[in-house]
Design a protein around this ligand. Structure first.
Ligand code: ZN
Length: 325
């Protein structure tokens, strides 16, 4: 692995601003030129040139995530104001073009269901079979061993090739999150027990009560108290995934907190605005117990149908996350 120096030069495009351009009347001439001696130029590092050869090089994603770096020509200083204006203008121009480019690439939706097996799991399992979509379940071992019925529901998930089973801890922190995370080794052991007892094949976890992401080059922590546990898991080969959008339905009544239309619109906005953790990838969080009631189950079917009829989003396993273009 080549980390460090190489990454620094490889990230995004470096924008050179030469001052001659602005000092002549302060105009916003933004034409790209071919060398740093010219007004503005976009320099590609050798690493990026290599990247473009690969199938999905991730270059657009890099450009989207990394702000354009502005390097001033110190021999010809210009006013801070002019630089700031130019920087804003250039960033917007580049973001717009990257967004258009990303829009032409495939888009990926990840349905994730937490806390199963629970009442609702069986219905989820049969709905995904009927619609033939891939889903992800983050399982709690304790629930699987609470009754014969739930054990069967776990087994149903486990045997369904459209469902991938991941780790949401054995005890779900007994819903005492701060206490649970105050002992990272204890919490880590709880995840390991879950992995063994549920025979989980993938080192992919979601932390109970925390929207934390640690994978590849990403580390995002929502609440600091979970960070120690998340880091320990990551160091031991796990990927930690949070979510972009959450859908809530009252489990007992099937009454939605957000209607199908609302949640569908939200997903579309995230996809179009590239405001999810990874552009063109949106992770939706739901909970198994939302679908214990017929009404709730109809809403799930309706959301899937709406997405399938109106978009070309691909339903994916978290194992494949993220697709970077
Ligand atoms: Zn949970």
């Amino acid at each position: 692995m080549f980390k460090g120096k190489k990454d620094l030069i490889g990230i995004g495009a470096v924008l050179y601003v030469s001052i001659s351009l602005i000092s002549c009347g302060g105009g916003m001439n933004t034409q790209a030129a071919s060398s740093p001696q010219d007004s503005i130029s976009l320099i590609d590092s050798p690493e990026k040139v290599l990247d473009t050869v690969r199938r999905t090089d991730g270059l657009l994603t890099k450009r989207w995530k990394e702000p354009v770096k502005i390097v001033q020509d110190t021999l010809h200083p210009i006013s801070q104001d002019s630089v700031a204006k130019l920087v804003r203008f250039e960033r917007r121009r580049i973001k717009d073009s990257v967004r258009r480019a990303l829009d032409s690439k495939p888009k990926h939706i990840y349905f994730t269901f937490d806390d199963g097996p629970l009442l609702g799991s069986k219905a989820i399992d049969s709905i995904v079979k009927s619609r033939n979509i891939r889903i992800n379940v983050f399982l709690v071992g304790k629930h699987a061993f609470m009754s014969k019925g739930l054990k069967r529901d776990y087994q149903r998930y486990y045997d369904n090739p459209l469902v991938e089973c991941y780790n949401h801890s054995y005890t779900h922190a007994n819903n005492k999150f701060t206490t649970f995370y105050s002992n990272p080794v204890g919490a880590f052991n709880d995840f390991e027990k879950n992995e063994v007892d549920l025979k989980l094949e993938h080192k992919i976890v979601r932390l109970p009560g925390r929207n934390i992401w640690i994978y590849d080059d990403v580390r995002r922590i929502d609440l600091q108290s979970g960070a120690g546990t998340a880091d320990l898991l990551y160091t031991n080969g796990y990927k930690i995934f949070g979510w972009d959008v959450e859908w809530k339905i009252h489990g007992l009544t099937g009454k939605p907190i957000q209607s199908v239309h609302e949640i569908y619109t939200r997903i579309r906005n995230y996809m179009n605005n590239k405001s999810s953790m990874e552009p063109n990838n949106v992770v939706l969080l739901m909970h198994d117990d939302m679908f214990q009631n017929k009404k709730g189950q109809q809403l799930l079917t309706s959301l899937i149908d709406t997405i399938q009829m109106n978009t070309d989003y691909k339903f994916e396993f978290m194992r494949a996350y993220p697709f970077r273009y």
